[in-house]
Design a protein around this ligand. Structure first.
Ligand code: SF4
Length: 328
């Protein structure tokens, strides 16, 4: 059995929201509220949920771009939250991030060669000639050409810019890549090209991915396992095929019902969720999904459901699966 490269235990991020005129006490915004998961070496874990569910905050805490309020993050056996700033800097060589908006994450005043070389300079890797050679190799690896090194980000399409972002992430030979909505800003036709590239690179370099997306259809092909987040918590986690074929949590079922299936004989009724995702500063009592759940019961309004393994590797946090209730 492969070892866990990353283990996240009860991770929380509560932001202070400040005092309001109407409330004496400020309520913390519970952006991430007790998230636990592990990722094996070479695996891709998809983390999915609507905007504001805490998935991107989780990714940024793993990089320590945001400091967690509580919990533990073990990477290669070391607790990242106990590292001093010097060790955090060297840890960032092994954990790289690919961002949603490649244009915003690439310095518009720098040529591509400088952008890709920069992480190698920061981590003192190679001399000038070695780094230059590597930049050219990386451009070829991500499907661009050596002559692109002299150009500026605005001279590329969105898909090409994301390839540059990927080349920059690969420059320091990371072990884990956190891809935060890496294809959301791209045309659908380009999305699959970038997803295929990421898959090829994973096989070639034995990369481990945490792939964050708001859309279950995007993570379907690339993920080995998928976790579904709602209001700062993981409500369901399972192997990819198990989750898509046998979703248990009503929220996962609703998300999946809106994913188009390319089979004209397959009739699927979309489950429409009522209302918006509640504010994380005033999360509902009990199950955080109870204000929108089509199966809500009395217990859901007062008792927080705990995550339980109902089938091997398939965890769900929902009272429908408590022993005294019938599974849907
Ligand atoms: Fe719905 Fe209750 Fe399950 Fe929450 S615990 S998802 S409200 S049935």
């Amino acid at each position: 059995m492969k070892s866990h490269l990353l283990e996240v235990d009860d991770l929380k991020k509560h932001f202070s929201s400040g005092k309001s005129v109407f409330k004496k006490k400020s309520q913390p915004v519970k952006a991430v509220d007790g998230v636990s998961f592990a990722v094996q070496e070479g695996e891709t874990l998809g983390l999915v949920g609507e905007s504001g569910c805490g998935k991107s905050t989780t990714g940024r805490m793993l990089m320590r771009l945001i400091e967690p309020t509580a919990g533990a993050i073990h990477f290669q056996g070391k607790n990242l939250l106990e590292l001093n700033s010097e060790s955090v800097r060297s840890m960032r060589k092994d954990i790289q991030m690919i961002f949603q908006d490649p244009y915003a994450s690439l310095n518009p005043r720098h040529r591509v060669e400088r952008i890709i070389e920069e992480p190698m300079i920061v981590h003192h890797l190679g001399d000038k000639a070695t780094r230059k050679k590597k930049v050219h190799e990386l451009l070829e690896i991500v499907g661009l050409n050596s002559f692109h090194a002299k150009r500026y980000p605005h001279q590329f399409s969105g898909g090409q810019r994301q390839r540059i972002g990927i080349a920059r992430a690969l420059a320091v030979e990371p072990k884990l890549i956190i891809a935060d909505e890496p294809v959301s800003a791209l045309d659908v036709s380009i999305q699959s090209q970038v997803l295929n590239l990421l898959e090829d690179l994973q096989n070639e370099f034995n990369l481990t991915f945490l792939f964050i997306a708001h859309d279950l259809s995007v993570v379907k092909h690339i993920s080995d396992r998928v976790g579904v987040m709602y209001l700062g918590k993981i409500v369901e986690m399972a192997d990819r095929d198990e989750l898509y074929n046998n979703p248990k949590h009503p929220y996962t079922q609703a998300l999946l019902s809106s994913v188009p299936i390319p089979d004209p004989d397959h009739k699927q009724e979309e489950i429409e969720l009522q209302g918006d995702i509640p504010s994380p500063s005033e999360p509902p009592s009990g199950c955080p999904f109870h204000t929108r759940c089509p199966h809500v019961m009395d217990i859901c309004k007062s008792v927080v459901p705990v995550s339980q393994e109902k089938e091997k590797g398939h965890n769900v946090a929902c009272h429908l699966y408590d022993d005294q209730h019938m599974a849907i």
